[in-house]
Design a protein around this ligand. Structure first.
Ligand SMILES: [Zn+2]
Length: 214
């Protein structure tokens, strides 16, 4: 029994380390560099009553979100409206919602990846957008910030499981392997997601009370 518990703790510790390394998404309230690297595409995806500004290379991702009943996220992007763009993001960062620029960025790196993995990061970022529209982000400091990230990661993990199934995706792609790990860690495990977010450097920096507003 004790041994089982210890094994579980050890497993969790390994998982925590693995997952912490792959926490790769952010809400940005102010850009630190002046000119945004965003070229807003003039292409529009119009379907199911939504119109979303996004390059046509992203449309399969939007279709997949619809198929998995994430229409509430499509509704958010359509409602404000908020453009979706491929962007150059720092290494290891795959998505970003910028409140000030009103844009959801998805790393251009994912243009060579599967539709599913790009959609998973989109599911995360559109959770932030939806929270913002619902007035849930506040000043994005402390608990409000950590809780927003937990919601986003749990949605991302649930989405991934709905797409690839509960055993994860059989894949050699390192980003998808990380996504499998997030799925195993977070689905049905909000408290564990909360622990990971609160102990991951990039989120401590993003959510910290001493964050310097930029
Ligand atoms: Zn996030």
């Amino acid at each position: 029994m004790l041994r089982t518990v210890l094994q579980l703790v050890k497993f969790r510790a390994v998982l925590l380390a693995l997952v912490a390394l792959s926490m790769t998404s952010a809400v940005v309230f102010a850009e630190d560099s002046g000119a945004p690297d965003v070229t807003t595409d003039s292409q529009h995806w119009t379907a199911y009553g939504y119109t979303i500004t996004a390059p046509d290379s992203m449309w399969p991702m939007l279709e997949l979100l619809h198929r998995q009943h994430f229409d509430w996220e499509l509704a958010s992007a359509s409602r404000r409206p908020t453009p979706l763009v491929w962007a150059s993001l720092p290494p290891g960062v795959y998505g970003q919602y910028s409140q000030t620029l009103n844009v959801v960025k998805v790393s251009g790196v994912l243009q060579n990846s599967s539709v599913e993995i790009g959609s998973a990061f989109l599911a995360h970022e559109l959770t932030h957008l939806t929270d913002d529209l619902n007035g849930k982000l506040g000043d994005m400091v402390g608990n409000v910030c950590y809780e927003a990230e937990v919601r986003a990661f749990v949605n991302e993990a649930n989405f991934w499981q709905m797409v690839v199934g509960p055993n994860g995706k059989t894949t050699q792609d390192p980003i998808e392997i990380q996504e499998n790990a997030k799925m195993f860690a977070f689905v049905g495990n909000t408290r564990f997601a909360d622990l990971v977010v609160r102990t991951t450097g990039s989120y401590i920096k993003q959510c910290g009370q001493d964050r310097v507003p930029g």
